[in-house]
Design a protein around this ligand. Structure first.
Ligand code: FCB
Length: 497
């Protein structure tokens, strides 16, 4: 049995044992952390738990001049206004309105109402001193049916947003696709259909045409791996499939779509920079056995190299292709010239880091460090250092941006109007310190974006998890700066943690 099949079975078993179905979930057969010791290539347990600042950790770590301090969001998670100004339906509208799919039956219909409150949100960004704002463009606002002429009212919204950023001295970073595929394209086969990659290139060209003169950095596809794994392997994200063979064909088409969008920007003569946004998981063997080392290598292939190698080296990893097998839909779906398209030169690589993965000798995974409210997330700041330095070592000095890093905390709006999310302050400080160490060691990191600017619709978790620097009181849509937001404002002002 191939590793893929075995892992899939393990993960499905794990899923059926838990109701928690997170975004970016990478952990399958999670065993207990308690007995784990002496992991190859990893730190020991004593320094794992988040701690309050100490004298030494409070020493100022100065970041490079003009470092791009930012925060990130995505369209479906914050905008709301699901039926306004000609917006079409996306797979996430369908999925969230399907009973039993989302915790508490939540949907993104209203979310943080950013579509109506964007001006207030822009002012909050300016108050924080943000230098970069990473957001996503909703494909079904631009092309309600996923194809054809642009919906001008959709374009106008993003024009207002982007102009508002410039007016406040904040640099826009736009993601073209953060999972909200137009439902009509899903009905036509979704990402299993090669044609959808070409539809994406057309959509990208439409967006470049409309906004290309005012967006300096474009990201193509947010976390293709999450679409592959959560959307097509485990089925707890839209479109809710559990089909490993389809999943990796989807991976290829997402990568193809990325490359085609890069080519569309160049064809448009756009001056903006462009790159992919990958959630990368440093993979470590859970023990020092040769079997664990070997299993870790293949796991790393599926988690990281599948995406990195194809986009940056023009080849898929041999071990993953061999594991998938020659009769897999993905391997059969790769056509001559595809990898040249996928590896069209990019200007920047966006890295999203949340958790490490510890791989056991039998190809399962185990928990090593404390988790956040998101049970899939182990808190391990050194993983940030490891993944950034590894990317630079293995793929050369391509400029890097961290486009997501953060955690959910049990935030409460107190009677005095404060939100004391000290856990987020500690987490961000520790991860920024690790990023700083990577910069010191030569990693060309340009910017860092906290996930997220605002509390928002966290996919299958609905509004249950709060990931924002800014608290949203959903009944009133009041925005409240959490303690972490005040802290981050000071970090930005000091250019240091
Ligand atoms: C990432 C997603 C983002 C958010 C965070 C918590 O996988 O890109 O939308 O859900 O996880």
């Amino acid at each position: 049995m191939s590793m893929l099949t075995r892992r899939h079975l393990l993960r499905r078993a794990a899923l059926s044992a838990t109701a928690v179905t997170p975004a970016g979930a990478a952990l399958g057969a999670v065993t207990t952390a308690a007995g784990a010791t002496a992991l190859a290539g990893c730190q020991t347990g004593e320094d794992a738990a988040p701690t309050e600042p100490t004298a030494s950790s409070a020493a100022r770590l100065q970041f490079p001049v003009n470092f791009g301090w930012g925060a990130a969001t995505s369209a479906y998670q914050i905008e709301g206004a699901a039926k306004e100004d000609g917006r079409g339906e996306s797979v996430w509208d369908t999925f969230s309105h399907t009973p039993g799919r989302i915790r508490n039956g939540d949907t993104g219909d209203v979310a943080a109402d950013h579509y109506h409150r964007y001006a207030e949100d822009l002012d909050l960004m300016r108050d924080l001193g943000l230098r970069s704002y990473r957001f996503s463009i909703s494909w079904p606002r631009i092309q309600p049916d996923g194809t054809g002429a642009a919906n001008q009212r959709g374009i106008d919204f993003y024009r207002r947003l982007v102009d508002g950023l410039h007016e406040r001295g904040i640099s826009p970073m736009a993601t073209l696709f953060h999972w909200d595929l137009p439902q009509t394209l899903q009905d036509a086969g979704g990402w299993e259909s090669r044609d959808v990659a070409y539809r994406f290139a057309d959509y990208a060209a439409t967006v470049f045409e409309a906004l290309g003169d005012r967006v300096p950095v474009w990201l193509t596809i947010n976390e293709p791996k999450t679409v592959v794994q959560n959307g097509y392997l485990y089925g707890h994200h839209a479109p809710g499939r559990q089909d490993p063979d389809a999943a990796y064909l989807v991976a290829h088409h997402l990568q193809l779509a990325h490359g085609l969008a890069v080519q569309a920007l160049r064809a448009d003569g756009g001056t903006g920079r462009i790159g992919p946004a990958f959630n990368l998981h440093p993979c470590y063997p859970a023990d020092d056995s040769p079997a664990a080392a070997e299993a870790t290598r293949l796991y790393d292939g599926y988690e990281n190299r599948l995406y990195l190698d194809s986009a940056l080296k023009g080849s898929y990893p041999e071990d993953v292709l061999a594991d998938l097998g020659p009769t897999s839909r993905m391997v059969r779906g790769i056509r001559d010239g595809d990898l040249e398209i996928i590896s069209s030169p990019v200007d920047v690589l966006a890295v999203q880091y949340y958790t490490p993965i510890y791989v056991t000798a039998n190809g399962g995974t185990m928990r090593r460090w404390p988790t956040s409210e998101a049970s899939w997330q182990q808190i391990y700041p050194d993983g940030m250092y490891d993944i950034l330095t590894r990317v630079t070592r293995d793929y050369g000095p391509i400029p890097l941006t961290v486009t997501e890093n953060g955690l959910p905390t049990p935030d409460v709006l107190a009677a005095d109007g404060t939100v004391e999310d000290t856990g987020r302050v500690t987490f961000l400080r520790d991860h920024l310190a690790a990023a700083h160490r990577a910069v010191t060691d030569g990693v060309p990191l340009e910017s860092f974006h906290v996930w997220s600017l605002l509390d928002n619709f966290e996919w299958a978790e609905g509004y249950d998890q709060r990931w924002g620097l800014i608290y949203i009181d959903y009944p009133t849509q009041r925005r409240v700066l959490k303690r972490s937001a005040h802290w981050y404002r000071q970090v930005i002002a000091d250019n240091a943690v």
